[in-house]
Design a protein around this ligand. Sequence first.
Ligand code: ZN
Length: 301
Amino acid sequence: MRPLRRLLPLAVALAACRGEAPPPREFDGPSAFRYIEQQVAFGPRVPGTAPHRRMAEWLESELRPRADTLVVQRWTHVTTKGDSLPLVNFIARYQTGAAQRLLFLAHWDSRPRADAPTSPDSTVPVPGANDGGSGVALLLGVADVLKRAPPGIGVDLLFVDGEDYGDFTATPTDVLIGSRYYAAHQVAGPAPLYAVLFDLVADTDLQIYQEGNSLVGAPEVVNLVWETARLVGHGGTFIDTPRHTLIDDHLELQKVGIRAIDVVDFDYPAWHTAGDTMDKVSAASLQIVGDVALALVRREQ
Ligand SMILES: [Zn+2]
């Protein structure tokens, strides 16, 4: 993702609290945390490299027994430079026939260059504990729950490839590749009620502010998610104030009419540096976001 230097003068109405009792805790933060460890152990999951291939095999093997149906989208992306990248999206589907559906997504690739302005060495890849690793771990933790306790509505967990490959300004067709591919090749059937993108959700110092392009494209979904966070006791982490505005995978879904938002803690000093490592992420933070994701599923059923 890439930040935009523009602040949006948006007044976001707070949805009224419905006074519902919080649902029981289903998501297992510590076991989801181990999914970050496993990903980081592969090495940076940069498209075209062996760790990327091994990660794809592992992800498929984890998802197949957990999903009702697993859709695998494979294609070759030719970069601006002319390199051919083998890419793959995975869609773990639950209640495949259900007309009412939610879509959760995360990117599973890692960035080939640690080229943040603060990075001391832009030639090395990003380890991606939080950037990529956390979103995947969150969705795998959700998959564990939905396997044990199937949802009353349809749920699709989308793992997109190639989010972070290129330069967001110089080579915009070499980023957000998997979400753009998914948008053009959606699974047949009813569109999701809304979509939530998760990234950078395991920072040990977690604060999730509302994201500007989400507030423009799907403000009612932002309200729903932040209200849900408050209802399950995580209103201290999900802060209902806009902060950053980001170019991220949710925009590719918004372009095809999906009400998509970004749940992201962009105040992460290790972002796009070689310091995006296990010591910067925590099970407790994953637990918070996992609780909210499951509550979103359960409140629709
Ligand atoms: Zn990134």
